[in-house]
Write a protein that binds this ligand. Structure first.
Ligand SMILES: Nc1ncnc2c1ncn2[C@@H]1O[C@H](COP(=O)(O)OP(=O)(O)OP(=O)(O)O)[C@@H](O)[C@H]1O
Ligand SMILES: O=C(O)c1ccc[n+]([C@@H]2O[C@H](COP(=O)([O-])O)[C@@H](O)[C@H]2O)c1
Length: 201
């Protein structure tokens, strides 16, 4: 199978923002720009997922979400991709293993909003993800406490990189995770869907 994968050079630090993006919104754009600055990233790749394994309701068709995300996120250091669908992986741990094989010498930093850290211990092989991939967590309204007191944060407390050292997240080895408090944006896909401006058809 031939892939159309984004380019990365050995030595680069690439942030990965995986998501349903059903639909993409200003909050995603906001945390991407914050992550580029705060985690010292060379680029960010958005990974528009075929489906979140923990969500029961299927999202809108991938091509619709991808096209919309490409319109919403336009930045010289960001690529909006359907990498997971191209690789045919379902779980993040599996997909990261493939990326580490395909891009030796590149450091990937997995990005997530604080709400995802609160749930992270439910992901398949989540401890394996932390063993290979630094994680950058960005504040989200109403989610800071849930993230800080989450199972993953407690078990991996000693792997936490202080926010003042966030620029080094991709270079300190694994396991490593860092929570940064940035000015927050309260956009959410659920709210947009509830307003009727985006249908899953
Ligand atoms: N406003 C925001 N602030 C911080 N992080 C966010 C924000 N919106 C989304 N994220 C993060 O972006 C990633 C992808 O999010 P997703 O596509 O699920 O959007 P969402 O708005 O959370 O969607 P939904 O409401 O359907 O759960 C996740 O890591 C999520 O935590
Ligand atoms: O691998 C897992 O078990 C897993 C469980 C839940 C979510 N994820 C990934 O987390 C990312 C955020 O998902 P979402 O739906 O909150 O935008 C997206 O890339 C999902 O594929 C991954």
């Amino acid at each position: 199978m031939r892939y159309k994968l984004p380019y990365a050079r050995s030595g680069q630090v690439i942030g990965l923002l995986g998501g349903s993006f059903d639909p993409a919104h200003e909050g995603h754009v906001h945390i991407t720009k914050a992550a580029l600055k705060r985690f010292g990233l060379d680029r960010v790749w958005w990974l528009v997922s075929p489906a979140n394994p923990l969500k029961t309701n299927g999202p809108a068709p991938l091509q619709k979400r991808l096209k919309h995300a490409q319109k919403v996120m336009q930045h010289p250091q960001v690529d909006v991709t359907d990498l997971e669908s191209q690789l045919g992986t379902r779980y993040t741990a599996e997909m990261l293993d493939r990326l580490h094989q395909i891009y030796p010498g590149v450091t990937f930093v997995w990005l997530m909003g604080a709400d995802n850290l609160a749930q992270f211990h439910r992901w398949q092989n989540w401890q394996g993800i932390l063993a290979t991939t630094p994680i950058g967590v960005i504040a989200r309204p109403g989610q800071r406490i849930a993230a800080r007191t989450s199972v993953a944060a407690s078990i991996f407390e000693r792997a936490r990189v202080p926010a003042r050292a966030s620029q080094a997240l991709g270079r300190v080895g694994t396991p490593a995770w860092c929570f940064v408090n940035v000015p927050m944006n309260d956009a959410s896909s659920t709210e947009i869907r509830n307003s009727g401006d985006w249908t899953r058809e």
